[in-house]
Design a binder for this molecule. Structure first.
Ligand SMILES: NC(=O)c1ccc[n+]([C@@H]2O[C@H](COP(=O)([O-])OP(=O)(O)OC[C@H]3O[C@@H](n4cnc5c(N)ncnc54)[C@H](O)[C@@H]3O)[C@@H](O)[C@H]2O)c1
Length: 338
């Protein structure tokens, strides 16, 4: 198989995670890195023997790049993604699809129009365990989902600014919105509560985002889901997972670093272990889509991620208003989320 040449645009924390995962493979080569911060670009390029480019446009036009990873902050996704689509270059686009709905729509529309392969980096979406949850639930309606996302994270200037990054709603809770939509169907409306008690994650005086929040999702099925996020002090253990409850079924999906499904189905214990960690599975499915030239083979499409962004936007509105806010119709065709 021919080696797939990869360009990394944005050379921060998440790009480093991808490079670490890509370096395990012998069918890809990270050939170029671009970042507005030349030091960050040089440091990442040094880890993988790649060339540092003077800007992402130079990287896109360099030749030998079969796919790009867009790992810039969410507000800097749209311009890069559209330029890659224009050149017919497949894109692994980090989540959330964009900071705002208008940019998210531009990306989703341009991806369809160009026919380019584009996967959005909600990596948990690629776990094989999700299909198994679907099989275990067959014929039953999920009544309740609890999502937990408690743990430390990096201070990044755009992340600690609510205006720039959307805070923990966009950055962390949206991973769970994506899974709730997948496992329990569409979200009709959203309510949000926050805690004002510092938990030690956010350095004092740094930024304006919440340390902890609880999002209640009112689902189209009539069920409900909650997603709780807490930014803990460095060194504290993380706790990431979902509880999924239906009549006769109670399942726990443990997420990061171990991916395990356990629980009870009609009195019988269930325990399954993921075939591959989420990021590896997400990269694998994207590369398979790139090699087949088939945008439909990606696991989380831009259109899907746009619907998840609409849930995050409703949560942001609910946080501001203190009221329950309806999730907007991002498709523009009046259809409800699935
Ligand atoms: N999938 C996950 O679990 C996960 C986890 C963390 C972050 N992320 C996502 O990954 C993306 C990057 O997050 P991060 O934590 O790596 O942030 P980061 O701040 O560590 O890195 C972003 C990098 O992009 C660079 N950059 C900013 N604007 C640019 C531009 N216009 N062109 C080129 N480079 C530019 C910055 O200089 C920085 O080095 C975000 O979309 C974030 O939401 C995903």
């Amino acid at each position: 198989m021919a080696t797939t040449g990869i360009g990394m645009i944005g050379a921060g924390w998440m790009a480093g995670q991808h490079v670490e995962e890509l370096s395990r493979r012998d069918d890809v080569e990270v050939r170029g890195v671009a970042d507005v911060d030349a030091e960050a670009a040089g440091s990442l390029a040094g880890r993988c023997g790649a060339r540092v480019h003077d800007g992402w446009e130079e990287l896109l036009d360099a030749g030998g790049i079969d796919a790009v990873w867009v790992c810039t902050p969410p507000a800097a996704h749209v311009e890069v993604a559209l330029a890659a689509f224009d050149r017919g270059i497949p894109v692994y686009l980090e989540k959330p699809i964009a900071r705002g709905l208008a940019e998210g729509r531009l990306i989703a529309d341009a991806a369809v129009r160009s026919g380019a392969v584009c996967a959005v980096g909600y990596q948990w979406h690629s776990l094989d365990l999700l299909a198994q949850v679907g099989e275990l639930l067959a014929g039953r309606t999920v009544g309740l989902v609890l999502g937990r996302n408690l743990g430390p994270t990096q201070v990044r200037p755009w992340f600690v600014s609510r205006a720039a990054g959307g805070g923990n709603i966009f950055e962390r809770a949206s991973h769970h919105f994506d899974l709730v939509r997948l496992l329990a169907g569409g979200v009709e409306a959203v309510t949000v509560a926050t805690s004002s008690v510092p938990l030690g994650g956010r350095p004092p005086g740094e930024g304006d985002i919440e340390d902890a929040l609880c999002v209640v999702l009112h689902l189209c099925s009539g069920a409900m889901a909650t997603v709780v996020v807490a930014w803990l002090r460095d060194g504290m253990p993380g706790s990431y997972g979902m509880e999924i409850v239906a009549d006769g079924v109670s399942l726990t999906l443990e997420l990061d670093p171990g991916f395990v499904l356990h629980g009870v189905l009609d009195g019988t214990p269930v325990r399954r272990v993921a075939a591959a960690p989420a990021l590896r599975a997400s990269i694998e499915s994207f590369l398979a889509a790139v090699r087949a030239g088939d945008p439909a083979l990606v696991v989380c499409t831009p259109a899907d991620a746009l619907r998840t962004l609409a849930v995050a936007a409703a949560a942001e509105a609910a946080l501001a208003s203190g009221a329950t806010e309806l999730v907007g119709d991002v498709t523009g065709d009046g259809s409800r989320d699935r």
